[in-house]
Design a protein around this ligand. Sequence first.
Ligand SMILES: Nc1ncnc2c1ncn2[C@@H]1O[C@H](COP(=O)(O)OP(=O)(O)OP(=O)(O)O)[C@@H](O)[C@H]1O
Length: 722
Amino acid sequence: MSSYNQINPKKIQDLQPSMEVLVPETRTSTLTNLFENVPLRLTQEDLPSEYSMQSEADQISISTVSTMEAVYSLGLHEDDEKLSQKVAHKPPKQDSSDHPGKYELILFVLLGSWGTYGIEENPWDDDDKPFVRFRDYNDLKLTRQEKSGVLTERIIACCSSYLDKCPQTGKYVLCKCNLAQKVPEVFKFIPQPDQIPERFEQQEADAFKSEHNQIGFSEEGPNCGFKALPDLIVFLTEVHLKGNPIASDDNYYEVCLKCIQPILILDGDVVSAEDKMLVNAKYAPTPFIASKKNHSDLFLLEQLSTWEVTNMTLPITKAPPRMIVVVGPPGTGQKKLIQEFYERHPKCLRLGISHTTRPKNVNETEGECYYFVSEEKFDDMVRNAEFVTVSDILGYAYGFSYEELMKPSSRDTILLLHTDLVGALNLRMINLRPYLVFALYYQSDAYYSQLLRKYYYTYWLSRNYKALRIINDSGKINSETSSRVTSDIEEILKDIITNLPIKESPTKKSSVKFAEVNPSFIAQPECYMYSTESLSDTKVTSLNSDEIASLIIETKKKDGGESSFNLADEDVFHSISEVEFDFEPILSVVSESKLEEDSDEVRKQNRRLKPNQRIDKFIDNILKERELYIRFHRANPGIFCETVNLINTINFIINIYLENLTILLQVFTDKAESTIQKLEDLLKRVQNSSRDSWHSYNVKNDPAFKEMMTQRLLDLNRDIEE
Ligand SMILES: Nc1ncnc2c1ncn2[C@@H]1O[C@H](COP(=O)(O)OP(=O)(O)OP(=O)(O)O)[C@@H](O)[C@H]1O
C-alpha cells in the first residue's frame, strides 16, 4: 500500500457515512486510473500507528455511484425533456457489495468543470495541508521524461489523491489536483506514456525546452491538444507554450485565456484583466447552456447538502406559487416596473425579494427590493443550497432563495419578481412554470443613454471626483478653486454634454439629486447635480452657454454644509426638454482641496483602470447582452413574442401558451403606461388560470427509483444479517 504521508487521526475519525460519489462523466477516466492502486477497503494495517481503528466497522470503503454523470453531461448538451427523461430512467449504479463498510468516501473530482463556473474558483485553497494522501508523488520512481518536467497521468493521479473536507458540504472528499511544483517552468503534458515519441527518450533533462512538449492541436485522442487544457490546468497561473505547435493556432491566445481561467502570465507576458473579460464575453455560453450549467451546479449542491426540516418546510404536496417573472438585460428598469405594478395590485401580488452582493444605493431599503448581503454570506447560502437560482450580473451575485419562493402567502397571491435570462430559465428548468415577461427598452438609443446615465457618470464621477464644474467657452471659471483639466475628464464631460438628455427647463432654482438621476447599480456617495443660478422659468428648447456654465455636479459635503443643494426637486431632471448643444465647451474640472490630496491616488487609479475605456467596453457589453436577449427571443419563438405592437399576435401567443401555463410577452420599460396595462392583462389571465393543472414529477412512481430502493433494502438486510 502506498504511503500516507500526513495523517491527522482526529480528522479521519470524523469521517461520516455518506452515499453518493459524484463523478462527472467526462472525468471518469482519470479517476479510474487514479484508483487503480488504492485499496478499496482500508484496514488497520493500511494505516499508520497514530491512527487506531476502534473496530472492524471502522473500515472505510470507497465506491462510486455516478448519479451526477447524467446531470453534468446532459445539463450541458441536451434539452430539458431529454434531461428529465434520462435522469428519470437511468438506473442508479449499485453500491459494490464486495466492499461493504461503514464509511464511504465521497469522491469528487475538481478537475475541469467544477469550480470554473460560477460558484467558487477554488474552494480547496489549502495547498499545503491535505490530511491524507493515498499515493505520494515522492514515492514515484520518476521516469526520465517525468524528471524533465513532462506531466503524465501517473503524476496527475498522485497529485490528485488527497483526502480533504469539501468546503461546500463539510464531508470528506477525495479531490484536488495540485500540480503547482510539478510543472515548474513549462507546462508539459504527455497524454499516453506509450505515445511518447522517441526523441524524448534521447533528450537530456536540462535540454528539455517548452518547444518540445506535446501539446499539439493536430493530435488525436481524448486528452490531447486543446482538449487536454481544461482537464489539467485549473491551478496554473503561468504558462509558457511558445514554439509549441499549439501556439501556432489562430485562436491560441484566446483559447488559452478561456481554458486556463486562473492564468496570469502567458508566454512571459502578463495577461490583462481586460483581455480576459473580452475573451470571456466572446466565448460566453448561450443562455440555455449557462442556465443549465448553473442549474446543475445548484442541483449538485442540493444533493450534497443536508436539508433541515423546519417550520418553513412545506409539505411536498404544496405547489409553489404561481409567478410572473420580468426578464430583461441589466439597467432596463425592471425593478421600478415591478414595484410600480405591485403598488397598483398589492393584494394579489407578492414581491419576490432577491439576495444580492451589490452595494445598496442611497435610495434603497434593505429587504424592500433586495436583501443586501456580503459575498461571504452569499457564498454560504449557495453552499447550503438555499437558492433556487443564482446569477452573476456585471460582477455581482444575485440569487432568489427557496425561502422567498415558499414564503407563506394566500393561495391566490401571485409572486412577482425580476431576473435575468439565466435566472428565468433556471426557474423554468426546475418546473416552477413562471410566466415570463420580456422587458426591454424599445429603442437601443434610449437604452444606451439610460446605461450611460446609470453607470458611466456615476461610476466616474462618484469614484474619482468630488466636484465637477462645467464651464463654457466664455471662460467663466470659479476662481476660488483650483482647476485641472485632464484629457480623460474632458472626454467624459464631452459625453455628458452630448448624451445627458436634459429635457426641460426647471421651473425654479433647484438641484437634482444625482443619485436620483442615476438610480445606480454602482453604489455612489451622495452626489447632487444642481444649478448655481436659477435657470429660466419658461420652457426653453435649448440652454445657452451661460446656463451650461452653471450646471454643477458635486458631492454633498459630509458636514452637511451644502445641504441647501438637497432641495432636490426630483422631477426636475425628467422634466427638462431635450437640448442640442451646438458648441464645443471648454471643460474644466474643479476639485476640492480634499481631492488635491487624493490626486496622486486618483492619477494612479486612472493609469491602472483606464476607466473611460473600461466603462465603454462595459456598456458595450451590456448592449451586446441586449442583442443577445433579442436574438434569443428570435431563436426561440414562443419564449418571447416578437413585437409588442401587434396586440393580436400577443393574444395568439397567449392562447397557445396558456396550455403550457407559460405566457410570454414583451414589455417595453420606456413605455410605462402601455407596459403596466399589459402586465394587468397578464395578471388577470394568471389569476384565471387553473391551479389544478400543476403537475410535478413524482419520483416514487419512477421504476428506477423503486428498483433502487428495493436494492438498498436488500443490501441493508444483508448487512444486518451478516
Ligand atoms: N434573483 C435574481 N436572479 C437573476 N437576476 C436577477 C435577480 N434579481 C435581480 N436580477 C437582475 O439583476 C439585474 C440588475 O439589477 P439591479 O436592481 O441591481 O440593477 P438595476 O440596473 O436597477 O436593474 P433594472 O434597471 O433592470 O431594474 C437586473 O437585470 C435584474 O433583472
